[in-house]
Design a protein around this ligand. Structure first.
Ligand SMILES: *Cc1c(COP(=O)(O)O)cnc(C)c1O
Length: 363
């Protein structure tokens, strides 16, 4: 019996996808590899509603976050911070010696387009970073509306961490004017960890040539040069590429992209309604995530014990609150290939552990 993951990444991976990891290796400079690469490309473009190339990084998402700011900033970057991962992006920017400022917003509040407008009006910045779905707080930022603002500023690149949203919620990369949209595949893609995908716009590639990133591994123009040959620049995580190819085929040609997003919406609404009935939701209403809910522990439940009970008795794992929210909240990942039935089962199990019908909590 394995531990079933309802964590907001890594997520539960289907056996068929795990089996793909044991496919015999293909050499990455062969036509066979390029055929797989092209197939992945075509489906990723559909998933992201984009004509931009979607590069593959054999690193976790953090690597692509680093690539974004080391290749995309000539003048100064503005990091919008309303959660742990957007805060990390600011640290990454600073660590790499890229000129930057950050704007701190309360973690239960979204990044509002008006604030973005105010900051861009100064003319100080040529790139901004925003996290689509703050996995630490279950908050989804209004990326489409922010994109409308950014598109008014020709010079400004829109860099988006879509790690826990991509493949679980609709992202229209081209229409929303996203210059780099990145995500590791271990979250809503429901794949084994080890690969990150990122769409890159022409504008970003042009900027990257001017910036001349000092990184050898995360050099976008070089990665793009090999992309044009339907190859990766260095030896990629070949087993994960087999699994990604199958999963994209399943998403695009079997489940259907729209159906996948609708399923995520249904699972999210179920958890949100449950949370409102018994607890509260941490993020501001109207900005609740389609893929992860951060449930505010306003009943003083012993979260650690709840998590341990779920693991020990049911082989199920959910996540504690992130950082300062530890024990003050718990998080349920409702993403990837989980079904509404899985989610209903999970919530019923939690109900059976916590006596929620009365104020007499079992835990
Ligand atoms: C998980 C996560 C990351 C970090 O991803 P790694 O793949 O562990 O590098 C970054 N941003 C968001 C929003 C995440 O959910």
């Amino acid at each position: 019996m394995h531990e079933k993951l309802f964590t907001p990444g890594p997520t539960e991976v289907r056996a068929e996808l795990l089996q793909k990891l044991s496919t015999a290796q293909v050499h990455h400079r062969t036509e066979e590899f390029s055929r797989i690469y092209d197939d992945i490309q075509s489906n990723l473009k559909k998933l992201l509603y984009t004509d931009n190339p979607v590069l593959l990084f054999s690193s976790s998402s953090t690597g692509a976050m680093e690539a974004a700011v080391t290749n995309g900033v000539k003048k100064r970057c503005l990091n919008f911070v309303n959660g742990a991962f957007s805060d990390r992006w600011h640290t990454i920017t600073k660590k790499n010696g890229v000129p930057c400022d950050k704007v701190d917003i309360a973690w239960d509040q979204p990044i509002r387009p008006k604030l973005v407008e105010e900051k861009l009006e100064t003319g100080d910045y040529d790139a901004i970073t925003v996290v689509l779905n703050e996995t630490s707080t279950g908050l989804m930022n209004p990326i489409k509306k922010i994109g409308e603002v950014v598109q008014k500023y020709d010079e400004v690149l829109f860099l988006v961490d879509a790690v826990s949203g991509m493949a679980g919620t609709k992202i229209k990369v081209d229409e929303w004017g996203i210059d780099m949209c990145l995500a590791g595949v271990q979250k809503a893609f429901a794949l084994p960890a080890g690969l990150t995908v990122a769409s890159v716009s022409e504008k970003l590639l042009k900027r990257a040539k001017e910036v001349e990133s000092k990184s050898y591994y995360f050099n976008l123009p070089l990665l793009h040069k090999y992309h044009q040959r339907s190859q990766t620049r260095t030896t990629p995580a070949i087993p994960q590429i087999f699994a990604l190819q199958k999963q994209l085929d399943d998403i695009v040609n079997h489940e259907g992209i729209e159906n996948r997003f609708a399923r995520h919406q249904e699972m999210a609404e179920f958890v949100q309604n449950w949370a409102l009935e018994y607890f509260d939701i941490y993020a501001e209403e109207g900005y609740w995530s389609n893929t992860v809910t951060c449930i505010e522990n306003n009943r003083g439940v012993d979260v650690e014990r709840l998590i341990n009970e779920l693991v020990d008795k049911y082989d199920i794992r959910i996540a504690n609150g992130y950082g300062d929210l530890k024990n003050k909240a718990f998080r349920i990942g409702h993403m990837g290939d989980l079904t509404l039935a899985d989610i209903k089962g999970l919530m019923a199990t939690i109900e059976s552990i916590l006596d929620l019908s009365t104020s007499n909590l079992i835990l």
